[in-house]
Design a binder for this molecule. Sequence first.
Ligand code: PMP
Length: 362
Amino acid sequence: MTKKIYNFSAGPAVLPTAVLKKAQNELLSLGGIEMSVMEISHRSKHFEAILSEAINGIRELLSVPENYQILFLQGGASLQFSMVPINFLGKSEAADYIVTGTWGKKAVKEAKRCGSVNTIFSTAEANFKSVPTQDELSFSEKANYVHYTSNETIEGVEFKYDLDGKGIPVICDASSNILSKPFDVGKYALIYAGAQKNIGPSGVTLVIVRDDLIERVPENQHSMLDYRALAENNSMLNTPNTWGIYIINLVCEHLIKHGGLIEMEKKNEEKAKLLYDAIDAGDGFYLGHADRTARSLMNVTFRLPSEELEKQFTIEATARGLDGLKGHRSVGGIRASIYNAFPKEGVEELVEFMKDFAQKNG
Ligand code: PMP
């Protein structure tokens, strides 16, 4: 047997083994139809059943109310940085943005092409270590919406609450913590997430959008950028990512079978605690990036005393079967991404390695 590799990649990321095995088993013949899911028409009854099961799976897991549409789009979460303002931010209008990391900053850049952006809260100058409390936020009077990133994947900072827009529609990039815990979807006008962390493979973007927001899509919008047209056509205005949606359906089935998002949150809290405790127990050898109150359950980021040691750390970790720990190229350091499907044993293995490494090099 090959040596077990624990995959700490930030995304595309580890998927449940049971899901990969099921996909492998039916790769050549989906449910006995003697064709692969990749070979059948997206208009076939077989695929339509998969699409509707995937939608129901997301609806059940996140308790999505009936007045929300669930879409599976393409172009990644990055296209949502543009699609949101293209649809909801006119030239002479304004939107509020909260910037707590690199992805939020990228969302602002695209929104500015459409209209006026009020960055009502930014932690950029303090190096993206924290998130605001609800009380620290005040929204602009005429904002069309407020946008924030519920978990910043690169810096490892996470909101611990569902933001209240106080009457302003809330739009959230939840790419890296969707399905990791329950969300109160009713508080949002639109939630989007690239699938490649907790939902499935890359190439599909989940969009959950409230009906009244869809009503605001301008007439004569480009079809592929038009939430209304995409919703009316059940995400099949063109050929969707059929394989991706198929895997999403399997992931949903798997999560429902294993206790849903309450259970996921419990497990994720346990795993993250192990790692943060190891960071805090290192006598200063390891320095967590995020403030304690904003520590992400999904992306645990920390530094070592020098860049040389960080390099050595990732080399030795990789040799021990702990893969993908190098921090994002823009910030350096170490990042352990521990999404839903990441096993607790892998975290324990990393904690052991951290102890050994600090003892040897501290
Ligand atoms: N937002 C967040 C929070 C992300 O983590 C990422 C990708 N890592 C993106 C947006 C961009 O996603 P995509 O590559 O699907 O465009």
